[in-house]
Write a protein that binds this ligand. Structure first.
Ligand code: NAD
Length: 255
């Protein structure tokens, strides 16, 4: 009875962390809907995530409400139900240059995709999540908590996402839980549509600077998503979970 399998919707799921989450849930026997604006990445995904019965790929810009409405409608018609919404789509490059030259349009696009996209996904999937007592996971970033220079738009969008998440948790409980994940450095190179056949390995210092001894992987994030959407997390809502190999707990004053 394929209709009875749980269904997860993942935005930005055609590449990077989102694709890793999609692969993880397909492997666990879920039905997976991927929304992504990159049509080429979606085509590549169709070949890589070779599970056509349990996978639906929909080209969507999450910052456009009419596209979100149509995509959610298609997802629920295909899946017959919705158990989890993962708002992971984002413009992942944090560097927008000095504030004095940051164009309003650049600022606005990061807010629109990274933050407003998650609002639109919540707005239009909540009616379906209520029916399954499902949950929302929003992909924030450790950059909501700490910064490098020239990342104002990205940092603000991710900080907003953590706040959106706890507000949703208060409004939607007890029917629907909402949590966010803040990844640190996750190596997504092998999960990109244009990934070269052979990747240069990361350096020893890239790994060793992490208290955990290594850079993160999409599977590390997927495992947290799996916990958060599971019944084991039924007492967990409104929280932000940092997955960064310990980097935000590390003192980095120079000698
Ligand atoms: P990525 O660029 O590999 O993947 C992002 C995906 O989102 C792409 O497939 C892209 O096409 C899609 N996307 C972008 N704009 C979209 C839109 N308007 N509508 C629909 N899809 C859209 O990035 P990633 O590194 O996998 O990052 C995924 C998420 O995790 C992002 O929100 C990012 O900010 C966050 N994050 C990543 C890291 C990291 O180290 N990789 C760390 C912290 C947070």
């Amino acid at each position: 009875m394929a209709q009875q399998l749980p269904v997860i919707l993942i935005t930005g799921g055609a590449q990077g962390i989102g694709k890793g989450i999609a692969a993880y849930f397909l492997d666990k026997g879920w039905r997976v809907v991927v929304l992504d604006q990159d049509a080429e990445a979606i085509t590549a995904c169709r070949q890589d995530l070779n599970n056509p019965d349990n996978l639906r790929l929909i080209t969507t810009d999450v910052s456009r409400e009419s596209e979100v409405v149509a995509a959610v409608d298609e997802a629920v018609r295909w899946g017959g139900r919705l158990d989890a919404t993962v708002s992971n789509a984002g413009i992942a490059d944090p560097d927008t240059g000095p504030i004095e030259t940051l164009e309003l349009a650049q600022w606005q696009r990061r807010i629109d995709v990274n933050l407003t996209g998650a609002f639109l996904m919540a707005k239009h999937t909540v009616p379906h999540l209520r029916q399954t007592r499902g949950s929302i996971v929003n992909m924030a970033s450790t950059r909501a908590l700490q910064s490098e220079p020239h990342s104002e738009a990205y940092a603000a969008s991710k900080g907003g996402l953590i706040a959106l998440t706890h507000a949703l948790a208060m409004s939607l409980g007890p029917d629907v839980r909402a949590n966010s994940i803040s990844p640190g450095w996750i190596d997504v190179r092998a999960w990109q549509a244009d990934a070269p056949a052979r990747l240069q390995p990361l350096s020893a210092s890239d790994h060793e600077q992490h208290p955990s001894g290594r850079v993160g992987t999409p599977a590390d994030v997927a495992a947290m998503v799996a916990y958060l959407v599971s019944p084991e997390a039924r007492f967990v809502t409104g929280q932000n979970f940092v997955i960064d190999g310990g980097m935000t707990r590390k003192m980095i004053y120079e000698d």
